[in-house]
Design a protein around this ligand. Sequence first.
Ligand SMILES: Nc1nc2c(c(=O)[nH]1)N[C@H]1C(S)=C(S)[C@@H](COP(=O)(O)OP(=O)(O)OC[C@H]3O[C@@H](n4cnc5c(=O)[nH]c(N)nc54)[C@H](O)[C@@H]3O)O[C@H]1N2
Ligand SMILES: Nc1nc2c(c(=O)[nH]1)N[C@H]1C(S)=C(S)[C@@H](COP(=O)(O)OP(=O)(O)OC[C@H]3O[C@@H](n4cnc5c(=O)[nH]c(N)nc54)[C@H](O)[C@@H]3O)O[C@H]1N2
Ligand code: SF4
Ligand SMILES: [Mo]
Length: 790
Amino acid sequence: MKDEPGDDDLTVTPPKTWATGLPAVRHALEYSLRETSPRRVLTTLLNVNQGKGIDCPGCAWPEESPKKRHINEYCENGAKHINDEATTRRVDREFFRRHSVAELNAMSDFLLNQQGRLTEPMVKRSGAQYYEPIGWDEAFDLLAGELRALASPDEAAFYTSGRVGNEAAFLLQLFARAYGTNNLPDCSNMCHESSGSALMETLGVGKGSVSLDDLYEADLIFVVGQNPGTNHPRMLTALEENKRRGGHIIAVNTLPEAGLMRFKHPQRPRGIIGRGTKIADQFLHIRAGGDLALFQALNRLLLEAEDADPGTVLDRPFIEAHTSGFDEFARHIRKTGWDEVLTATGLTRAEIEQVHERVLACGKVIICWAMGVTQQRHGVPTIREMVNFLLLRGNLGKPGAGVCPVRGHSNVQGDRTMGIWERVPQRFLDALEREFGFTPPAGHGLDSVGTIRAMRDGKVKFFLGVAGNFVRATPDSEVTERALRSCRLTAHISTKLNRSHGVCGDIALILPTLGRSDRDVQASGEQVVTVEDSMSMVHASRGKLRPASPQLLSEVAILARLARRTLGASPDIPWEEFEADYATIRDRISRVVPGFTDYNARIADPAGFRLRNPVNDHEYRTATGKAMFTRNAFDFLEAPPGHLVLQSLRSHDQWNTIPYSANDRYRGIRHGRHIVMVNPEDMAELGLTELQRVDLVSSWTDGVERRARNFRVVPYPTSRGSAAAYYPETNVLVPLDSVAEKSNCPTSKGVVVRLEPVADPSAGRSAEHGTDDGTAPGAAPARPDEHAPA
Ligand SMILES: Nc1nc2c(c(=O)[nH]1)N[C@H]1C(S)=C(S)[C@@H](COP(=O)(O)OP(=O)(O)OC[C@H]3O[C@@H](n4cnc5c(=O)[nH]c(N)nc54)[C@H](O)[C@@H]3O)O[C@H]1N2
Ligand SMILES: Nc1nc2c(c(=O)[nH]1)N[C@H]1C(S)=C(S)[C@@H](COP(=O)(O)OP(=O)(O)OC[C@H]3O[C@@H](n4cnc5c(=O)[nH]c(N)nc54)[C@H](O)[C@@H]3O)O[C@H]1N2
Ligand code: SF4
Ligand SMILES: [Mo]
């Protein structure tokens, strides 16, 4: 099992200094062809991100307008994601007869995914050790019966991940609220929640304000805590275009990620044979959690530059007309001390001053950011400080400027727009009440961390996951597993097998569904679903492939039938009509959700439409009615002597909780996921040697020892004091209560750990993934080797 995590043939070569080019094309095709037939690969690739085609089920990066679209409007990873879904492998009832729940739980994330697409509904009955087939009707009766038997609707929680399209998302929240709960945890709670919190408070909208054209036009783009070469590959095309037009880019990262350095466009001649485009004009090799200090220092420098040459640095008219709180903010930020900034960032004063000079030379500035910022304890104040920085020079509400939180899942932003939010504003609930004639529950529901706590404490007993892999996406794996196992019922609407299916409540159900690439035919004919990307563009997606099994139901069908079975038929919420024709759901959305008037007509345009962001018209729906300057207490992550700050991140070859192989091409790591990247000077200081085996032990105030066993130390150019290892293998180290202030997002990028040498390497992996070395009995299809050089 060459590619399985934990293999002994780990190889490490120097990290790459450029991204994509020809190897990316080859890797995408190799992976795709291993999963499925050449015909299906052709269908997926010719249709992905095309006008009447399939929206890429990968990340939320937007497409070009249809006129400008390339025939290959996808990236290496997009091709892998869609063909991972289009796989011709199948999980059938025979598989579940052979493998007990305990065996499923013991299989690695990789192996489970490799089994292929789920084909029929399965149930694990109370006390049983195995899943067995169940008919759809019986499954719905079982679920509805359990829901009706709960003492309170708040004993149920409904999790969503951002793969779900708008129609299913709207139905899910409608069902949950008609049933009586706002317990709608979602993957956003662990992702861009900090962005939503900070932007909502300061600008009045929890979304980004820029478009692709703004990115092309900006004079300066910051890319902070983000690895676009892997996670949003086509963002590199946009950055390249910005450079071509004379823009500048500053990358802020704890690692020199390949995609931030140089980009070779795989679909242009110069990208294939040339040296590619240099991306970052300046790279700030920042310490983990140092970003707040960096922006505070930059803001202080801007105020001082204005003092020195009044009227030339700050955008006074903008500040006067559109903002509040400037004076208090300015008084506060002037106290920022250089010594603390240099300690927190690990940068030199000269480096920060160089950034400042660039900022002064650039009129239009955009800040892009992702998980390196949001998953830190002080993620929310960091984003608020970035907003301060933009406000000082009027970098909002004009072309080429603004905020750009780069979203993860393809429809994670749309799901929020549709009301998948445990803290949805009252005006949304009022609109639901007007449209459907019931009174939704008031008050806030549970988010992801809150749901785990409630399950642990016996307060949530029914868990339904729609897409996603809750048990592997969430922190504190051992605590979360116990919490799920203590439920009366856990059920998952999924396309593929994952670890969440092996961590069961007393009763468990697997409800297999269509993926985005599958043709979806209902009583009224072929259906489309709609999605919203990271830049608020809404458009249709049309599945093209023959579904993985005739027994699959769409997410909409599953939710509509479950709702009707649970709540009974009602003229006010015509669930059957919704299932028969998704356009009827969109009609309702157009009346409930602002910005969706004429929804059905507008998605007929292959380009779709852009939701208006009021910020771009200087309309700020904040407490003061203006864009708000905020005062943020200075904060950074400090590890005690002998410790490092660990971040858990993605390799180049995984989709969130699902590794596609044990390789991380750009970082030069092959055949091993149980590795920890450490700065060579830190290694020397800690007395560690290359490829030494260590346990990662997280230190947290609750005194509980959290341990991930048997990792190998890889010397890597991480910034001093900052280590990196892969998610989800290290989620066991993130304490449930270690969350970002205000947003409650787990601090997956800021875990204080010590590296403890392993005395007896043969002792095996941590209990949490006892057989991650792929020893699960007889379930694995052979995997081709990946020794080929990249
Ligand atoms: N191929 C692929 N694409 C994906 C995904 C995937 O799993 N695979 N997942 C999707 C999802 S849901 C999301 S949310 C996005 C995630 O996209 P990213 O946010 O790019 O994902 P991560 O791998 O978590 O990388 C975090 C980056 O932040 C840096 N970083 C860590 N800590 C700090 C810090 O304190 N300061 C700074 N400045 N940098 C820091 C890390 O070195 C790394 O480059 O990607 C989406 N796209
Ligand atoms: N330590 C650590 N933890 C993290 C993170 C981190 O960086 N570090 N990142 C966090 C982030 S940003 C996120 S977004 C979450 C991701 O958390 P999730 O979104 O919960 O996880 P995924 O791995 O994307 O879920 C994969 C599963 O989704 C199902 N699926 C795929 N497509 C479909 C579909 O079309 N329909 C349905 N019904 N099911 C489908 C498949 O069964 C597949 O196994 O993880 C978070 N957890
Ligand atoms: S950049 Fe994201 S959305 Fe675009 S093709 Fe790649 S994975 Fe898909
Ligand atoms: Mo995410």
